[in-house]
Design a protein. Structure first.
Length: 107
């Protein structure tokens, strides 16, 4: 999987880049057939923002965006949002719960 880390209107440390890469790799292990991931850091009028985009199988795009006092806290919050989306995805379900959700989508 290819991971891209971008900083817009700000400078980020190599440690933060490595942390972003590690978080994205952890999320990719949970996702169904991950294809690529993007981490975008922004600084807009003094507000640190982080956005994570994870492209998975069948064109599914998971996006987590968060603001924080610094880029590290924003990154952690955005990763938590993507993780929550992965936990809720129908591909993770198995057994009767999955069969019910799949049959509802077919209707």
């Amino acid at each position: 999987m290819r991971i891209t880390v971008t900083a817009r209107h700000c400078d980020i440390s190599p440690d933060l880049r490595e942390r972003a890469r590690d978080l994205m790799e952890r999320l990719a292990k949970i996702a169904a057939r991950p294809q690529n991931g993007q981490v975008i850091f922004e600084d807009d009028h003094g507000v640190a923002t982080a956005e994570l985009r994870l492209h998975t199988a069948r064109g599914v795009l998971l996006v987590g965006r968060a603001e924080g006092d610094d880029h590290r806290s924003a990154l952690d919050r955005a990763a938590a949002r993507v993780r929550r989306q992965l936990d809720k995805s129908p591909a993770k379900r198995s057994g009767p719960a999955r069969r019910r959700s799949v049959s509802r989508e077919a209707e």
